[in-house]
Design a protein around this ligand. Structure first.
Ligand SMILES: Cc1ncc(COP(=O)(O)O)c(C=O)c1O
Length: 389
C-alpha cells in the first residue's frame, strides 16, 4: 500500500478534471481572442471556468484573472500594486515572516529596486498578531500581504482583522489563499481583502495554472507586457485546457467542501493524537485554528530528513516543510519564525491529507512510524556516544 500524505505540496488530478482537460486539449484548440467559432468556443470555456472560480470565492467572474501558477498570482498582486504606486508615492511593503517564497522573494526583489519591506513576526503559535501590524504599518505602506493558511503548519491567520488595519491606513491588502482554496469555504467579501491568490494543483486541479481575484476598481500595473488578454492584466494566449481543469476542480471542491473538510479534520486529528500517544517526546507545531488537513509534528532527537526517507521506503510520502525549499539543509523559516531551535525545526515532519486518504492509510502510518522513530533515536544516541570529543 502506497500512502500519499503530502497534499500541501501538490494533489493528484481528479478523474473529472483529467477528462475535461483531455476533451479541451483535443476539441477546444481555438485562440480565445479569435472572432471565429473556434475562438468563441475557447472563450466560452474560459468564461465557464471563470464563473466556477468566482463561485468558489464568493466573487464576480469579471474580477478573476487567470495566471500560470499561485506564484504568478502572488507576483501579479504584489508587483502590480507596488508598480501602481506613483514614483513619489507609497514605497513600503509588509508581509508576514511565514509567507511562501512566492511572496518573500518578491519582496526581496522589490527591495533591490527602491521599496522597503517589513516582515511581521509570529508568536510561538504561528499566528500573526494584529498588534504587530498596527506597530509596523505607516502612511508609506502601499501593500500588506498575509497568507490565509500557512503551507507548513496549517495555521489560519486573522485576515479580516488584518485587512481592516491595512485599510484604515490606506494600504491595499493581499492574501495568498493557495492553501485554503478548495479546502475551506472562502468569501472575498467576508475576508475583506483586495487581492486573493489561488493555485489549481492544491485542490486536485492541474499544475501550472492559478488565479488572482482582484477587487473592482483596484489599480494594478501588470508585470507582463504583450496582448490584451485577461483585461490587460496578464498578457499571453490563455492555456485553455489548464484553465478548464481549474474550473472543474473548483466546482468539484465547492460541491463537497464542508463534508470533505469535516472528514479530513477527523482523520487529521486521529493521526495527530495517535502519533502523540504512541511516540514520546513529540510536539505539534502551530496551535489555534488550522486548515483541516494539516499537522506538523516535531520528533525530538530525530533528523526529519532521515525519517522522511525511512517512511518513503515504507511507501509513505510526507514532507519536511515546503516542497519548494526541500533539498536545502536550512531549517524551515516558518518554524524558526515561531522560535523553534534549528534542531527542533529539523526534527519536524508535515503530514497533509487529501481527497483519497482513508482510515486504513492513517492506521498504516500509525503502525509504521513509532518503531522507525525509536530506531532513528537509538542510532542518533549511538552516534553521539561514539562521536569524537
Ligand atoms: C502558500 C503557498 N503559496 C504559493 C504557492 C505557489 O503555488 P504554485 O505552486 O502554483 O506556484 C504554494 C505552493 O506550494 C503555497 O503553498
Amino acid at each position: 500500500m502506497r500512502v500519499y500524505l503530502d497534499h500541501n505540496a501538490t494533489t493528484p488530478v481528479a478523474a473529472e478534471v483529467a477528462d475535461a482537460m483531455h476533451e479541451a486539449v483535443r476539441g477546444c484548440f481555438g485562440n480565445a481572442s479569435s472572432i471565429h467559432a473556434f475562438g468563441q468556443a475557447a472563450k466560452a470555456a474560459l468564461d465557464d471556468a471563470r464563473s466556477a472560480v468566482a463561485e468558489l470565492l464568493g466573487a464576480r467572474p469579471n474580477d478573476v484573472i487567470f495566471t500560470g501558477s499561485g506564484t504568478e498570482a502572488d507576483n501579479l498582486a504584489i508587483r502590480g500594486v507596488a508598480e501602481a504606486s506613483p514614483a513619489a508615492g507609497r514605497r513600503h511593503l509588509i508581509a508576514s515572516a511565514i509567507e511562501h517564497e512566492a511572496v518573500l522573494n518578491t519582496l526581496k526583489a522589490l527591495s533591490k529596486r527602491g521599496w522597503t519591506s517589513t516582515l511581521l513576526p509570529v508568536g510561538a503559535a504561528g499566528v500573526v498578531e494584529p498588534a504587530a501590524l498596527e506597530a509596523a504599518i505607516t502612511d508609506d505602506t502601499a501593500l500588506v500581504s498575509v497568507m490565509h493558511a500557512n503551507n507548513e503548519i496549517g495555521t489560519l491567520q486573522p485576515i479580516a482583522e488584518l485587512a481592516g488595519i491595512a485599510h484604515r491606513r490606506g494600504a491595499v491588502f493581499h492574501t495568498d489563499a493557495v492553501q485554503t482554496a478548495g479546502k475551506l469555504p472562502l468569501d472575498v467579501g467576508a475576508l475583506g481583502v483586495d487581492l486573493l491568490s489561488i493555485s489549481a494543483h492544491k485542490f486536485n486541479g492541474p499544475k501550472g495554472v492559478g488565479a488572482l481575484w482582484m477587487r473592482r476598481g483596484m489599480r494594478l500595473v501588470a508585470p507582463t507586457t504583450g496582448g490584451r488578454q485577461e483585461r490587460n492584466r496578464r498578457a499571453g494566449t490563455e492555456n485553455v485546457p489548464a484553465i478548464v481543469g481549474l474550473g472543474v476542480a473548483a466546482r468539484l471542491a465547492a460541491a463537497k467542501l464542508t463534508r470533505e473538510a469535516a472528514r479530513l479534520r477527523t482523520l487529521r486529528d486521529r493521526l495527530e493524537s495517535s502519533l502523540l500517544d504512541r511516540i514520546p517526546d513529540t510536539a505539534v507545531n502551530g496551535v489555534g485554528e488550522r486548515v483541516p488537513n494539516t499537522t506538523n509534528i516535531s520528533f525530538h532527537g530525530v533528523e526529519a530528513e532521515a525519517l522522511l526517507i525511512a517512511l518513503d521506503l515504507e511507501g509513505i510520502a510526507v514532507s519536511t516543510g515546503s516542497a519548494c525549499s526541500s533539498g536545502t539543509l536550512e531549517p524551515s523559516h516558518v518554524l524558526r519564525a515561531m522560535g523553534l531551535t534549528p534542531r527542533r525545526a529539523q526534527s519536524s515532519i508535515r503530514f497533509s491529507l487529501g481527497l483519497g486518504n482513508t482510515d486504513a492509510e492513517v492506521d498504516r502510518l500509525v503502525g509504521v512510524l513509532p518503531p522507525l522513530v525509536a530506531r532513528l533515536r537509538a542510532l542518533s544516541r549511538t552516534r553521539t556516544a561514539y562521536a569524537p570529543a
